[in-house]
Design a protein around this ligand. Structure first.
Ligand SMILES: [Zn+2]
Length: 256
């Protein structure tokens, strides 16, 4: 399996060479897409990712740095169906979100004023709840609540992190977190590859957390003040740890 870091920036003003958060896991030619910041479909399409093979989309929370490119992603997949004259290969594209109402607005924008008897691309929104949310023959995906947007409301939690289980590996993607300890349930059961946001955390604190919780590989994305302030200094600090740590950049692809 591969992971593609499509956008590695937190919700800052535009930064040269960086875009808001999006990543995709590639498993046997299928893509499992997490978060959809600005520009994600443009970047993926122009860098060789076949968006027709996006099997499912998962949105950690509805902030713009995670959803700003979602309408365009749906639009682009539909456009490929129409222009290549092939059906979307998986029938219906499921989109997992914490807030279905907001997702429906986004979908309305994506397909505005288009009245098709048979839609070229059918999508279905699913509300994320804690626990196992998705499985197919390649992957199991579970969600755990994050307190990034406060406590649970009447419609449930507003933000989530994810556990991706595939090819015998356990991968944790943080989404945005108030504190990494909220991921303990996933991490402490074994974590082969941990993608953690640094928009709200100091790299060194996350390294300590990962070391103390037996994480094997740590990847930083959703960069914020720590990495912007001095990326070289962060790169130096992570060398003090004897496990595999990297600060990701847009366009980085890795085998897991
Ligand atoms: Zn964010």
């Amino acid at each position: 399996m591969k992971v593609h870091f499509i956008g590695t920036c937190s919700g800052t003003r535009p930064k040269e060479g960086m875009h808001h958060c999006a990543l995709a896991f590639e498993i046997d030619g299928r893509y499992y897409w997490f978060d959809a910041g600005e520009n994600c479909s443009y970047f993926a399409h122009t860098n060789g990712i076949d968006l027709l093979n996006v099997k499912a989309i998962f949105i950690s929370h509805m902030h713009t740095d995670h959803t700003g490119g979602l309408a365009n992603l749906l639009w682009t997949i539909r456009k490929l169906v129409v222009s290549k004259k092939v059906p979307y290969p998986f029938g219906v594209l499921p989109v997992y979100v914490p807030d279905l109402k907001l997702f429906r607005y986004i979908r309305k924008v994506a397909f505005a004023y288009r009245k098709e008897k048979t839609p070229a691309l059918r999508t279905k929104g699913h509300k994320i709840r804690e626990g196992l949310i998705y499985k197919d023959d390649k992957v199991r995906i579970s969600a755990i609540h994050s307190r990034h947007l406060g406590e649970s409301g009447i419609f449930g939690w507003h933000a989530f992190g994810f556990l991706i289980e595939a090819e015998g590996k356990r991968i944790v993607y943080s989404g945005d977190q108030k504190t990494p300890e909220d991921l303990n349930k996933f991490i402490d059961a074994g974590c082969d590859y941990f993608i953690m946001e640094t928009g709200h955390h100091w790299c060194q604190d996350v390294c300590e957390y990962a070391k103390n919780h037996g994480v094997k590989v740590l990847r930083f994305n959703h960069h914020g003040r720590d990495v912007f302030r001095n990326r070289e200094e962060c790169e130096e600090k992570i060398k003090n740890y004897d496990f595999d740590i990297k600060i990701c950049y847009d366009g980085m692809t890795e085998e897991i």
